[in-house]
Design a protein. Structure first.
Length: 146
């Protein structure tokens, strides 16, 4: 029912002169009618409230700039509006893929702070002054289990 009233209002403005006041009224009606649904859709897709707020504002900016190109013959207004929302969210994910950054702190957690076995062996040799068991003069000797 809201969409019918909105479309009638939209049709009246299309037929009348395109004044700034009429466009403002139309956009205010669109914004008040669809903001919560567009925000919820965007928040569901990006799973971050702050990003959803930014993307929702971009969606309504595009809606305002492309309002003159809407044709009721092609699709209902709501379908057109959600197509804009879908495209903005897809563009967001494309840009995230291109600008993939990572934190050095995350990598620091992945790197082990323990010494590698080779480093422990070399450190043991340096501290005792003798080669480790199993090596004599740089050549391997047989290890006896006792």
């Amino acid at each position: 029912m809201q969409e019918r009233a909105l479309l009638q209002f939209f049709g009246q403005i299309k037929q009348e002169s395109d004044t700034v006041v009429d466009k403002d009224k139309l956009f205010t009606t669109i914004f008040e009618t669809y903001y919560s649904r567009i925000f919820n859709y965007t928040a569901y897709r990006v799973n971050c409230r702050y990003t959803a707020e930014d993307l929702t504002s971009q969606i309504f900016e595009k809606t305002l700039s492309k309002l003159h190109s809407y044709s009721g013959e092609k699709a209902p207004f709501e379908v057109w509006l959600f197509a804009i929302a879908r495209n903005v969210v897809n563009d967001y994910y494309r840009s995230q893929k291109r600008n993939r950054l990572f934190s050095l702190d995350a990598i620091r957690e992945l790197v082990s702070t323990r010494q590698a076995p080779e480093e422990r062996m070399l450190e043991g040799e340096r501290s005792s002054g003798q080669p480790c068991a199993g090596y004599a003069g740089g050549q391997r000797t047989e290890y006896s289990g006792t």
